[in-house]
Write a protein that binds this ligand. Structure first.
Ligand code: T46
Length: 132
């Protein structure tokens, strides 16, 4: 049983292939205002290294795979994302680091708010202070 919230999405498959739909507040537990994706990633160059103050996000590897190290200040867990029909909720005050990207990795992220750099906590020491 994981501390962090992995969600299985409904995969609709037929002879033509698969389709996965993600509905705001239905497939995932929040409304999203923004989508972004990261790709052409270097296997040896991790990303992330921050937490958010308010932002809720849902990350799904729509191609390839990667790992996300999750840390809520009490529990640290590495989550493998390797299935386009499964994603991970990244909540506020969850420090996250993405790494071990496959060459074909495309990580799609749905976010509850528009981009706001002020929402980022980019210092791990500050993160630990804030969650006390
Ligand atoms: C997160 C993880 C999973 C924008 O201009 N708009 C955007 O919507 C985003 C997400 C980023 N940016 C700019 C900010 C930076 O200048 O793109 C540049 C790269 O962003 P960052 O270094 O934060 O990228 P990652 O991959 O470390 O983190 C991203 C998200 O920023 C972050 O919210 O949780 O993916």
């Amino acid at each position: 049983m994981s501390t962090f919230n992995k969600i299985q999405l409904n995969k609709i498959g037929d002879l033509r292939g698969n389709l996965v739909a993600i509905e705001s507040k239905n497939s995932i537990p929040f409304e999203f205002k923004r989508a972004y994706y990261i790709y052409s990633l270097d296997e040896k160059t991790p990303r992330g290294f921050h937490a958010h103050r308010e932002l809720k996000q849902f990350a799904v590897c729509v191609s390839g795979q990667c790992k996300i190290k999750m840390d809520n200040g009490k529990v640290k867990e590495t989550v493998l994302l390797d299935n386009p029909a499964e994603g991970l909720v990244i909540g506020p005050f969850e420090w996250h680091e993405m790494f071990d990207f496959s060459h074909d990795c495309v990580l799609l992220v749905l976010a509850s708010e528009h981009y706001d750099e002020k929402d980022y906590i980019r210092s791990y020491d500050e993160f630990l202070e804030l969650i006390k």
